[in-house]
Design a protein around this ligand. Structure first.
Ligand code: BYC
Length: 330
């Protein structure tokens, strides 16, 4: 298994024979499916890769609250508002578990958040697209959380213990998110007016391709995949996960009575998978560079939230200091 992985991806991965004794013992532990825990020795590049991926993942959860927050005040019923609020709160919780998992690697939360706010850290490209109508809340839950689950289910087996354990609860919650999204769309398609049904198709047309981009570039163009697969940080390649998502999602799309904006999407009996059209990677890289429709708005909103909460943090620190002073003089 390991020998095969050395050959994949755009970067070559060190062979066992080329490793130092410490690196070899580390790799053998990974190959034996033994989790790496915070106090175990690990190569610095393993630590840095995890800090990069987990911090990006945490930022995605936090920035991912914004497109949905946009619809809280306009949810059509009290029930829908409660569901949406619960989902958004779950995303905040996911961000917190993930920042905590990242801290076990020695990274500093404030430093990583400062990188996000200065545009130096990435977060999922999908959250740089706007949510224009209520059906987008259904499509985000169904497609975006649906794609997130496909990626995260395999991350439950990632080699770093704290990350793998955080994923277990996150996956359970994402599963509820996906279902609530699909149910919004199903209700609109089964009981809605023509205008509401058109809104569903419009939301799918806009979010379909960006959802497929969530899995990252093709493995052949992914600079991190080969090493991350060898270290079992990633358990499946970007293309394999994307294909798995498409295969799961198309029957749900058909059940809704909607179509994908992809004329090349069709079942291939020979492959046992759906074939699909070319992803616009130029658009993906533009979004990563900060030129998506909402990049600036998202970061400005996050920065403002941090500034607005400054007095709360100062009050909490002052209160804690006062309490400590009282205890030490008692
Ligand atoms: N957006 O070598 P690659 C959620 C970057 S869902 C932005 O394949 P890697 C939520 C990548 O970082 C989303 N950037 O990288 C759902 C790398 O750049 P750097 C969060 C992307 O890391 C609903 C470069 O492109 N899920 O949270 O091996 C509501 C080359 O890529 C993207 C996760 O984060 C993208 N889509 O694989 C609320 C899952 N794709 O860092 C919230 C955990 C790639 O070298 N993460 N890039 O400068 C992963 O599984 C992996 O990091 C990825 C990328 C598969 C995403």
């Amino acid at each position: 298994m390991y020998a095969q992985l050395v050959e994949t991806g755009v970067k070559r991965v060190k062979d066992l024979a080329e490793m130092t004794p410490e690196e070899r013992a580390f790799q053998e532990r990974i190959d034996a499916e033994i989790k790496i825990e915070p106090k175990n020795w690990m190569p610095d590049a393993y630590r840095q890769t995890l800090i990069r991926q987990i911090s990006q993942h945490a930022h995605s959860e936090i920035v991912g609250m914004l497109p949905e927050g946009n619809w809280l005040t306009r949810a059509p019923t009290l029930k829908r508002k409660l569901q949406l609020m619960a989902k958004i709160q779950d995303e905040a919780g996911h961000g917190m578990y993930l920042y905590s998992a990242m801290e076990t690697l020695g990274a500093d939360r404030d430093t990583e958040i400062a990188k996000l706010h200065s545009g130096r850290a990435k977060y999922s490209s999908i959250f740089n697209y706007p949510t224009l109508n209520w059906a987008d809340m259904g499509a985000v839950g169904w497609l975006v959380d649906g794609a997130a689950i496909v990626n995260q289910v395999v991350l439950q087996r990632t080699s770093y213990g704290p990350y793998a354990r955080a994923m277990i609860r996150i996956c359970k919650e994402e599963s509820f998110h996906q279902r609530q999204g699909y149910e919004i769309l199903l209700t609109m398609m089964r009981h809605g007016t023509q205008a509401q049904q058109d809104m569903v198709q419009d939301a799918i047309n806009r979010l379909w391709w960006p959802a497929l981009m969530m899995f990252g570039p093709s493995d052949a163009d992914s600079p991190n995949s080969a090493q991350s697969l060898a270290w079992k940080i990633k358990r499946m390649g970007n293309d394999e996960l994307r294909q798995r998502f498409i295969d799961q999602t198309v029957p749900q799309l058909e059940f809704l009575g909607c179509t994908a904006p992809d004329p090349d999407l069709k079942w291939s009996a020979a492959r046992g998978h759906y074939d699909f059209g070319q992803i616009d990677w130029q658009e993906f890289y533009e979004v990563l560079k900060g030129n998506g429709p909402c990049n600036r708005e998202r970061i400005t909103t996050r920065r403002k939230a941090l500034e607005d909460g400054q007095w709360v943090r100062e009050a909490a620190v002052a209160h804690a200091a006062k309490r400590q002073q009282k205890q030490s003089t008692a």
